[in-house]
Design a protein around this ligand. Structure first.
Ligand SMILES: Nc1ncnc2c1ncn2[C@@H]1O[C@H](COP(=O)(O)OP(=O)(O)OP(=O)(O)O)[C@@H](O)[C@H]1O
Length: 322
């Protein structure tokens, strides 16, 4: 019997499931124990029992018990927009990469059933999701971000025929995948306020929502509808992002505003919501996104900075809601 097994053999059977590791260095036994869900006095009692049991071994003069407290609950951030094509998926991928750079363990759920794009944005080679037991295993991207996608569950072109309950089931499978120690899960929602959004709100209440809009009035009207849905479901709005603002002509350097400017910031002010920042309309963002190299992965690049600024604000908002 190894020394670790000898220690384990001393631990009462009903407690042994909580002991993650047991080691002996010299005469000091160290136990790492999962005390998640235990109150303070139950945890103290557990510690005493373990110290007593293991301390009774001949060659042990000291027992150190490290109680791991509850793991912080995973925070779900819904990224939504009122209409399609405003850059929600681009923002989600870049926020994920930027938050990972800030030390978060980040996962992305691509719930955009009608246009899954995270696999392209995060440079994954297309393949189906693997399952272990009941759980899907998320793919690892090169950017320290795990992800799953509706596109990996359904053959391209068939998703459009899905009915509400199937959509809800698929979303649940993705949300319940084996996320391990992921602490932030960003959900790239389809545009609008359909079945996916409703399932999301009913079954997996997000800790916060981010709404993306382009600056023009029409997009903002739709964005307000998306905001309304989150508000009705009492999901705190972390803020609004304005995407595709300020186009810099690559040849002459002139800045123009094809979709207007400042509309999302004004709307945020009018609605009393935080404005998280503005991302310019830039060819480089489109090219890098298509190539699976999210601009946020190059933290000091001009195109990475806006995303990193927004992620920093989101990080602060998470600390408040979490
Ligand atoms: N700031 C930007 N500058 C240039 N191109 C951008 C920018 N943001 C997004 N795009 C491009 O616009 C297109 C739509 O972006 P994206 O897929 O992120 O939008 P979406 O809101 O998720 O769309 P969908 O409704 O189809 O899911 C993509 O080709 C993307 O590369």
């Amino acid at each position: 019997m190894s020394i670790d097994e000898t220690i384990r053999a001393r631990i009462p059977a009903e407690l042994s499931g909580m002991v993650r590791s047991a080691t002996l260095r010299g005469n000091v036994a160290t136990l790492v124990v999962d005390a998640g869900g235990l109150g303070r006095s139950a945890a103290a009692q557990l510690q005493r029992e373990l110290e007593e049991a293991v301390g009774a071994l001949d060659h042990v003069s000291e027992v150190r018990v490290a109680l791991m407290a509850d793991r912080k609950e995973r925070q779900i951030i819904a990224v939504g927009s009122g209409k399609g094509g405003v850059g929600k998926s681009t923002l989600t991928a870049n926020l994920a990469v930027a938050l990972a750079g800030m030390g978060h363990k980040v996962g992305v759920v691509d719930a955009d059933i009608y246009g899954p794009s995270q696999a392209t944005l995060l440079a994954d080679t297309p393949s189906k999701l693997r399952a272990e037991g009941e759980k899907l295993i998320p793919h690892d991207s090169d950017f320290g971000v795990k992800f799953v996608s509706m596109g990996q569950l359904v053959e391209a072109g068939k998703a459009i025929a899905w009915r509400g309950p199937m959509v809800g089931q698929a979303l649940s499978q993705l949300m319940d995948a084996d996320w391990g120690d992921t602490d932030v899960l960003l959900v790239d929602l389809p545009p609008g306020t359909g079945d996916v959004q409703l399932t999301m709100l009913q079954k997996f209440k997000p800790s916060a929502a981010v709404v993306v809009s382009t600056p023009q009035d029409l997009a903002l009207i739709d964005a307000k509808r998306a905001l309304d849905l989150f508000r009705q479901a009492q999901v705190p709005i972390a803020g609004i992002v304005e995407n595709m603002a300020g186009y810099m002509c690559p040849s002459c350097g002139d800045i123009s505003d094809p979709f207007g400017k400042g509309g999302a910031e004004a709307a945020a002010k009018e609605l009393g919501l935080p404005f998280l920042g503005r991302v310019p309309l830039a060819m480089e963002i489109r090219q890098k996104s298509d190539a699976g190299t999210p601009p946020a992965a190059a933290a000091d690049s001009d195109m990475g900075k806006p995303f990193i600024g927004i992620a920093a604000q989101l990080h602060r908002a998470l600390e408040q809601v979490g």
